[in-house]
Design a protein around this ligand. Structure first.
Ligand SMILES: [Zn+2]
Length: 414
């Protein structure tokens, strides 16, 4: 094995304590002193691994291990360095540390890839500071070119430009000349954050696509009336209608055996009083699937069900808003590379969708992209109880190393 698990663990333990409270929760919000301290630490790891280190115009930390042919586009890896409030030690951090270890092992063996390999520690993936997920990767790939940087202000009134100034960065984070344009492909190692791989006997995950999301906001209007004097037959109870719809959505999704998930996560009930038949309910529906046809099919089924609900409960249902984010497939050739290396290394891999968003989802819209998932014990994430098995981490890191090596040795187009 060329990567050194002890090195990964050592780096991981050093990073873990930055922003950690006594109960084990980690808070490293982008641009905070803890975040900056973590950047300094990762920079030192990158330098030890033989990389040149820079911070781009938005605050992403980039380590560059120069290839033999610098006219070729670079193979890029990495993950995010920020955390949610009171998060875990593995989310994001593991993908950076594993990628740096791949390069460190090459540096130790004096191996120089044909293509340059870059490792990025992204800023603000969680969106905790400015409310936009994958902020760092979106910015570096030019998705904010139309935005005014002055419009980004956090909940305490701190501005993006103020933070950039503190870091000694310029005032034009979204200008065209700061876009990241030299990527050949992007591979992100990340914890699964769900329980599918654990169920699959701790296989390493190879992501097929980041799921798409279909969202609906509905308003169900019945009739608010006296909870004592209104007979059961005469009621137009909006909450009972909502409950029936929620059960339907849940049971349909349960029967789909993992092909999609659906959630009613938010309810507003009027007048929300103990002695009044609920007159109106507003609710959100969120459907996620990697299959765009299924996503649309489920949405249509739910809308079809609304007619029945209206009739059965004598209510009116209006769709207030609707929006869809399509699934983002990972690149077939990158998936093939990862699976092939997995076979060579005799690592059990399982293809699966990612049910959460990642920086890889942004990269996939620009360059060929793939993701490697490490199983999450108990499927827990965004929590101090986040945990993964070190033997499986070693396998996943070795898989990343083999894949990066193969892609960085490729002089052809993907
Ligand atoms: Zn993450």
């Amino acid at each position: 094995m060329s990567i050194d698990l002890a090195q990964i663990r050592q780096s991981f333990e050093k990073l873990k304590v930055i922003g950690q409270n006594e109960a084990g929760g980690i808070t490293r919000i982008s641009f905070s002193p803890e975040f900056r301290q973590a950047q300094v630490l990762i920079s030192s790891f990158m330098e030890t691994a033989g990389m040149e280190v820079e911070i781009d115009s938005i605050g992403n930390l980039i380590g560059t291990y120069a290839g033999r042919d610098q006219s070729l586009l670079a193979v890029v890896s990495g993950s995010h360095l920020d955390t949610v409030l009171n998060g875990g030690a593995f989310d994001g951090a593991l993908g950076i540390i594993a990628a740096v270890e791949c390069v460190r092992s090459w540096h130790e063996q004096n191996w120089r890839p044909l293509r340059t390999v870059q490792v990025i520690a992204f800023i603000e993936e969680e969106g905790t500071r400015f409310g936009t997920v994958c902020f760092g990767s979106r910015a570096m790939l030019g998705e904010f070119s139309e935005k005014n940087p002055e419009s980004f202000i956090d909940a305490s009134g701190n501005s993006l430009l103020g933070f950039l100034k503190e870091m000694g960065l310029g005032e034009k984070p979204f200008s065209k000349d700061s876009f990241f344009q030299n990527g050949f492909c992007f591979i992100e190692l990340h914890v699964e954050q769900g329980g599918i791989l654990e169920q699959a006997g701790m296989a390493v995950g190879v992501v097929s696509a980041i799921v798409g999301i279909s969202r609906l906001v509905l308003n169900i209007r019945g009739n608010a009336n006296h909870a004592g004097t209104t007979s059961m037959e005469l009621r137009q109870d909006a909450l009972v209608a909502a409950a029936s719809l929620i059960s339907y959505i849940y049971n349909q999704a349960l029967a789909a055996k993992g092909n999609y998930v659906a959630t009613v996560g938010k309810l507003d009930v009027w007048p929300n009083a103990e002695n009044v038949v609920p007159g109106e309910v507003r609710l959100t529906i969120e459907i996620r699937s990697e299959d765009v046809v299924r996503l649309e099919g489920v949405r249509k089924e739910i809308i079809g069900k609304l007619r029945e609900i209206q009739k059965d409960y004598k209510v009116n249902v209006d769709i207030i808003t609707e929006n869809q984010v399509p699934p983002i497939p990972m690149d077939d050739k990158v998936i093939h590379s990862i699976c092939n290396i997995g076979k060579q290394l005799k690592i059990t891999c399982k293809k699966m969708p990612s049910w959460a968003g990642h920086d890889a989802m942004i990269f996939a819209q620009h360059i060929p992209t793939g993701m490697i998932f490490v199983p999450s014990i108990g499927g827990i994430s965004h929590s101090p109880a986040e945990e993964s098995d070190w033997d499986v981490i070693a396998k996943a890191a070795q898989l990343l190393e083999g894949t990066l090596k193969e892609l960085a040795s490729n002089s052809e187009d993907l």
